[in-house]
Ligand binder design. Structure first.
Ligand SMILES: [Zn+2]
Length: 320
């Protein structure tokens, strides 16, 4: 008597086809498992880095209180920290609680004011957006007018540095303070704004300030100033930057649901050309826009001693 052929599922289980599929599945798991593990570790690592950064900032703020509460200085340390006695008015109140808004873009413009700043302000006004301008020292009437307009339009106006010359500003903590005081005063005298945030040229850690960046960062935090690096670089200072490359760098750089501090320069014509498209793209993706203030959780680069470079890769803005 002939055996009845097994039907459906029963016939499949135990068949050659079944074992072939089983082998495929095992091979897929063997190949895919490491990628899943790497992905999970990467996410965990990012979260840890973020926590460490916040903790470092809080620790620095806590360990470098206002001058009035510092212990008396003596011996070698006193001579090394003489800059703490300088510019007794160059302080602001300490901020210790920081907010981290989700799905938000902070457009920041460095190195201005310039011949393009006015048009950039017009575009921001048209879209009813607030942004942040980290400016350098220019005292011609048009530049001073632009500083006033930045403030009148409701944007954040903050120091970058007066000269932006890396070799002099990063020669020592004293040199940086001299320069910072100059641009801080120019902003105050022109607009009445006492800036509480700023941006280091080239970022907190760069090839020009490796010897002093820890001491310098600590001193600026001790004085109450919060500094911001960036999460996304438009790379608009790059030699071959174009409207399209700027847009693509921002599209590829923004974190979908996160906080995004975007580095741009209002000294670049290509940035001016790209700005409208950048704003429309981000608006369509439902990002909120805001300006930086001293209660926004800062992004700060740090030096990675294992890789011998700083942790966030970016382009360094040009020297004057
Ligand atoms: Zn710059």
């Amino acid at each position: 008597m002939r055996k009845k052929p097994k039907a459906g599922r029963e016939a499949y289980l135990g068949s050659v086809c079944f074992f072939r599929h089983l082998i495929y599945l095992c091979l897929f798991l063997i190949v895919a498992a490491p990628y899943f593990c790497i992905g999970a570790l990467y996410r965990q690592n990012r979260e840890l880095h973020s926590q460490i950064r916040d903790l470092t900032l809080k620790t620095l703020v806590a360990n470098f209180p206002h001058k009035s509460s510092l212990p008396p200085k003596s011996g070698k340390i006193a001579s090394n920290l003489n800059y703490q006695d300088r510019y007794p008015d160059l302080y602001c109140s300490h901020q210790t609680a920081f907010v981290k808004k989700k799905k938000t873009v902070y457009l920041t413009f460095d190195d201005g004011p310039s011949m393009f700043t006015e048009k950039i302000l017009n575009i921001l006004a048209k879209h009813k957006l607030k942004a942040t301008f980290f400016v350098v020292g220019r005292k011609d009437p048009k530049s001073l007018e632009l500083l006033k307009r930045i403030v009148d339009d409701g944007h954040t106006l903050a120091p970058h540095t007066y000269t932006h010359i890396y070799s002099s500003i990063y020669a020592s903590v004293d040199s940086f303070l001299d320069d910072f005081n100059k641009i801080h005063s120019l902003i105050y005298e022109t607009t009445g704004v006492k800036a509480t945030i700023f941006r280091f040229p080239g970022g907190t850690v760069n090839a020009h300030n490796r010897k002093i960046y820890r001491e310098l960062s600590a001193e600026m935090l001790r004085r109450g100033y919060i500094f911001f690096d960036w999460d996304v670089s438009a790379a608009d200072c790059a030699k071959n930057a174009t409207e399209t490359s700027i847009l693509n760098n921002i599209i590829n750089g923004v974190h979908k649901n996160g906080r995004n501090i975007v580095l741009m320069h209002d000294t670049s014509e290509e940035t001016l050309k790209a700005l409208e498209r950048v704003i429309v793209y981000l608006k369509n993706k439902k990002f909120a826009f805001d300006r930086l203030t001293n209660d926004i959780a800062p992004v700060t680069f740090h030096y990675n001693y294992f890789k011998r470079r700083r942790s966030i890769k970016d382009g360094i803005c040009g020297q004057f």
